[in-house]
Design a protein around this ligand. Structure first.
Ligand code: SIN
Ligand code: FE2
Length: 210
């Protein structure tokens, strides 16, 4: 794996260009296999508003949002268990986070043209101390990150295909979101858009980890 520069963005570590193009293509194949077993679906918020990203998951636990709210579930909405987390992703986690337990959840977000994600904290996990690692594939995205307190200063940075972001320590509960994607900036995804793949330890650590 190629190692690009490592940037400190509000305490989160951004590994620019961590995956070379060949590894991005291999990871995309793995993600497409997950999507075949557990198709992308349109999550809605508790109030019934459709989110602009489409999602699916791999691993023991998948993040879902519907009229009952946000939570982790052991099954895709169709009732099938989530497929296993691809080895390629487990390898990235182990390389960058050798001291953390293995992730039990892999959320795949697909951003088509116009999709965005409002500022939020990731706090649906059983233990909020384990790190979060995300990989970007496809079009560039404008990512915004602040501190753990709502409404503080934020910094914006572009996440490009092959970049890996780690949020841990004081940055684990940082507010973050995607302001917009930049269509046409990558040719990795045949139909355009962006995939963000997030690995987390969602359940009680160790339990259900694969
Ligand atoms: C997320 O916070 O769930 C997604 C972040 C991203 O798309 O980079
Ligand atoms: Fe998030």
């Amino acid at each position: 794996m190629a190692e690009g520069p490592v940037l400190d963005v509000m305490g989160a570590m951004l590994y620019k260009g961590f995956l070379p193009p060949s590894a991005q293509r291999a990871l995309l194949d793995d993600i497409r296999a997950v999507e075949r077993a557990a198709p992308l679906f349109d999550p809605v918020t508790r109030s019934g508003r459709k989110m602009s990203v489409r999602i699916t998951s791999a691993g023991a636990l998948g993040w879902v949002s519907d009229r009952r709210g946000y939570r982790y579930e052991p099954r895709h909405p169709s009732g099938v268990p989530w497929p296993p987390i691809p080895q390629s992703l487990l390898g990235i986690w182990k390389e960058l986070l050798p001291d953390a337990p293995p992730p039990d959840s892999c959320l795949i977000n697909y951003y088509g043209e116009g999709a965005r994600m409002g500022l939020h904290q990731d706090r649906d996990e059983a233990d909020l101390t384990w790190p979060i690692l995300s990989v970007s594939l496809g079009d560039d995205a404008l990512f915004r990150i602040g501190g753990a307190a709502r409404g503080g200063r934020t910094q914006s940075v572009v996440l490009s295909s092959g970049d890996v972001l780690v949020m841990q320590g004081p940055a684990r509960l940082a507010w973050h979101g995607i302001d917009r994607i930049r269509p046409g900036t990558s040719r990795l995804l045949k139909n355009g858009g962006r995939l963000n793949i997030t690995l987390r330890v969602a359940g009680p650590a160790g339990e259900g980890a694969q």
